[in-house]
Design a protein. Structure first.
Lengths: 291, 245, 315
């Protein structure tokens, strides 16, 4: 029975990790590659959840489909936010303190706006894959975690291909390493970063759908995720996609094991504890370049 | 070689897979004027950063004034007498020009064993330095109000304020006019007269040639020449590096 | 103005304010005033690390709650007077600041900031799982009825916080005009250049973090007696973290006056607002103000009035 519990914890931990990877990939791009400390990323994910909620509950649209429909809007939103950030902070060279405070403020504004619009009740969506469970031997895989996991892998795989194969994608990778060289190739780093940041917010739409499929959502849940996604980005190593995915799985499994054997009230500490340890002992992360 | 002021032996530094410095050996005698040149990306700034402690070298050692520097943080190296200026001036923007100079006076000079400068003495030294670089009229100005050359002078003055035995001037003249370059050279020569060794890193050849007693050439992380300036510029390796095959 | 003069003036100001408060009959003034004074301490503490040194702390609620919960533990075990609680709360929070600084200050400022966030959550999780201090259900603290000489207990709490605010401001001002303050400004402006100029950056950053954390812990120590019911959700409330950042940024980060102005400005508005409108709208309001000020007036209220930034003359 113990082994069953253990196996299930690991299995669902991996599925959870896949979902965490989807939530983190946006920050992985913004912070890992562009050095933009977007603390507000979880708020956009929650925003995505609520958009999906509306489309699902009012119009009966499938959550994943709803997220895909919303993705272009989130892309535009991301572009707009980066414009403001760039004009007010990056250009003045004051990214550090004030940039972070800016996103901190956005985090709040978004959360509270959602509370004012939707109240503090938990919201959920309906879809045919929320409910049934797949049984493989003694391991139970809930479809509502399995489906996001699979689609998340597709999304991240797609992003990875985009970054390594397309012209713009490679420009994004380049700007994260050496924006001066990029300028010498007469590509404006600003344009590239704008697109990259817009993409990072666009991922929040799909991540939001995953979130509300997996669990009911209320506006302040975003705060639980700040630590998780930063922990994953730092643990995985800035700028490393494979590292990020590996770290996401590790965190998912670690949290699940903790919840199963020690109780769910200890779970928040796992992510943040891991983060502190990583910062203290191996700030470059598992697979990252120098911090 | 044993009584050299600065001895760098087998210094190596990589960034991931990229080898920036590959076993550099060189030395500087007390009071010497050494020029360090090389094409862009040859590792000059990396070398400076490793010597000054801003970067950690993976292999090799650095000895200064009879003691090893390895493992010491940058601020301690400055206190031991090794000062550097930055390629792109990095002034303290919220402080006045005079206050910029007070920082090393308080933290580098006044922190040394047996040194106890009073506030009045610090102010005096600050004024002296400002006069030396002809910035005494701008003591209360902010760095953002300075011209290009004034910024560079402030940058050098700040390194000088630490009362070093060795000053590393990293491309202190980039973007300056002909006469401005002469100003800086005069300043560095005056400094050298009082016994301070200077490593001059530059691309402006006439400055390097007229200033240096010895010339070191770095190409792709390796030292390819080290000797009298007139001899060095004639060696085939150096010519090849600068003019191609 | 010499430091001694400033400390004397601050002490005088404290006495005057306290004397004036004796004329007020409505107890509500003391309850609201306590909160504003508490924010003066928190904002000033935050600014020592944030404004003077340039390292942003998102985990104010963590340090603050360490002070509050250490008081809970001591109250249950022993019941010492509040000044003792403040001292111990300060030492503990300062020690945590030192430890955390040691772990994260060698890295870029952004990692320190994230680390502070992590600290707050870890601390909250630990407290939530600790039954001795009530866990997630919270704990009740009996507030003594009255105090000799002063009258009702809330007057006593008000006085304590007033004195603490005076001390915090005087400490901040002393640092600002000292060699330490110069060093911190150099670190804030350009850490690499500061190192090259002989500033022991790690040591100074640790001093700043420890002092900042200690002051926050001191501000939190009397909290259990003020609220009489304390649970992790309120002790670690994000409002403390947001306000501690918003107040100095709105008031101005380069001088001791900024956090004071910001705390009085934002604090009074919020006290009025919580009564009239919901607390969520309160948070929204602070968030919007924060973003607006950060974008439009980076030097805060002080900057709007006096465009030149000054760090103070050499001693």
């Amino acid at each position: 029975m113990y082994t069953d519990l253990f196996l299930n914890a690991i299995a669902s931990g991996i599925l959870l990790g896949g979902f965490y990877a989807a939530v983190t990939v946006g920050l992985g791009i913004a912070f890992g590659m562009l050095d933009v400390g977007n603390l507000a990323h979880p708020a956009f994910v929650i925003l995505g959840s609520f958009c999906v909620y509306i489309l699902n509950q009012r119009f009966g649209v499938d959550p994943i489909l709803a997220a895909l429909i919303m993705t272009p809007f989130f892309f535009v939103l991301g572009a707009a936010i980066y414009q403001v950030y760039y004009l007010c902070f990056e250009r003045r060279g004051e990214e550090g303190l004030r940039g972070l405070a800016f996103f901190f403020g956005i985090l709040f504004i978004t959360e509270v706006a959602l509370i004012l619009g939707f109240g503090v009740d938990y919201r959920f969506v309906e879809a045919p894959y929320i409910g049934p469970t797949l049984h493989i031997g003694s391991v139970d895989l809930a479809l509502r975690t399995l489906v996001p996991f699979l689609i998340s892998l597709v999304m991240i795989g797609g992003l990875h291909l985009f970054l390594s194969k397309t012209y713009i994608g490679r420009a994004i990778l380049a700007v994260s390493q050496d924006s001066l060289a990029l300028r010498l190739m007469s590509i404006r780093p600003y344009r590239v970063k704008l697109i990259a940041f817009a993409i990072s917010i666009a991922t929040a739409s799909l991540a939001g759908a995953f979130l509300i499929i997996i669990q009911p959502v209320e506006p302040s849940i975003g705060r639980d995720y700040i630590g998780r996604i930063f922990a994953i980005v730092v643990l995985g190593g800035l700028g490393s996609f494979p590292g990020m995915i590996l770290a996401a799985f590790l965190l998912g499994v670690a949290e699940n094991l903790t919840a199963t054997f020690y109780g769910p009230s200890w779970s928040p500490a796992v992510a943040f504890g891991l983060l502190l340890l990583t910062l203290a002992f191996r700030p470059a992360g598992i697979l990252g370049r120098r911090a | 070689m044993t009584d050299a002021l600065l001895t760098v032996a087998g210094l190596g530094k990589r960034f991931g897979g990229f080898v920036a410095l590959d076993g550099i050996d060189f030395h500087v005698q007390p009071g010497e004027r050494v020029g360090l040149i090389g094409p862009n990306g040859s590792g000059k700034s990396t070398l400076v950063n490793c010597i000054s402690g801003n970067l950690r070298n993976e292999t090799g050692t650095v000895h200064f004034n009879g003691g090893p520097l390895d493992g010491l943080p940058a601020y301690q190296r400055t206190r031991l007498g090794l000062a550097r200026s930055f390629q792109l001036p990095k002034p303290f923007r919220s402080l006045s020009v005079a206050e910029n100079l007070c920082i090393p006076l308080h933290y580098a000079v006044n922190a040394r064993h047996g040194v106890h400068l009073s506030a009045a003495q610090i102010d005096e030294r600050c004024e002296e330095l400002l006069r030396m670089v002809a910035l005494d009229g701008k003591a209360k100005a902010r760095p953002r109000d300075l011209t290009q050359i004034e910024m560079r002078k402030l940058e050098l003055a700040r390194a000088m304020a630490a009362a070093p035995k060795l000053l590393i001037a990293d491309e202190a003249m980039a973007g300056l006019s002909h006469s401005e370059v002469d100003d800086i050279i005069t300043l560095l020569l005056k400094l050298n007269e009082s016994g301070i060794a200077v490593i001059l890193i530059e691309h402006i050849m006439r400055a390097v040639m007229s200033f240096s007693q010895r010339l070191v050439v770095l190409v792709a992380g390796r030292k390819i020449a080290d000797g009298m300036p007139q001899d060095v510029v004639q060696t085939p390796e150096v010519l090849r590096a600068y003019l191609g095959e | 103005m010499k430091n001694l003069t400033f400390w004397s003036l601050t002490a005088l100001f404290v006495v005057i304010v306290f004397a004036a408060s004796r004329l007020v009959t409505n107890d509500y003034f003391f309850f609201a005033g306590y909160v504003v004074l508490q924010y003066i301490v928190l904002a000033t503490a935050w600014n020592v690390l944030g404004g003077y040194t340039g390292y942003i702390n998102f985990g104010t609620s963590g340090f603050f709650a360490i002070g509050a919960y250490s008081s809970v533990v001591l109250h249950k075990l022993w019941g010492p007077p509040i000044p003792v609680l403040i001292l111990i709360g300060g030492v503990l929070a300062g020690a945590v600041g030192l430890g955390m600084g040691g772990l994260t200050l060698r890295l870029k400022g952004v990692y320190f900031a994230i680390g502070t966030l992590a600290l707050a959550v870890v601390a909250q999780t630990l407290v939530t799982n600790w039954d001795f201090v009530g866990g997630s259900r919270g704990v009740y603290i009996i507030r003594p009825g009255s105090v000799p000489l002063l009258g009702s207990y809330i007057h006593y709490l008000f006085l304590i916080m007033l004195i603490l605010a005076g001390i915090a401001v005087a400490i901040a001002r002393t640092i600002e005009h000292s060699t330490l303050g110069f060093g911190l400004a150099a670190i804030r402006d350009d850490e690499q250049a500061a190192e090259a100029a002989g500033v022991p950056t790690l040591k100074l950053k640790l001093i700043s973090t420890t002092l900042s954390g200690a002051l926050m812990g001191m501000a939190g120590a009397p909290l259990p007696y003020y609220v009489t019911y304390l649970d992790p959700a309120s002790g670690f409330n994000l409002t403390y973290a947001v306000n501690a950042i918003a107040m100095p940024l709105i008031g101005g980060t380069t001088s001791w006056l900024g956090p004071v102005l910001g705390a009085i400005f934002l604090g009074t508005i919020q006290q009025a607002a919580t009564v009239t409108i919901s607390s969520s709208l309160n948070l929204l309001f602070v968030g919007v103000l924060l973003v607006l000020f950060v974008v439009i007036a980076p030097n805060g209220l002080i900057g709007l009035y006096k465009p030149r930034r000054r760090v103070g003359a050499a001693t």
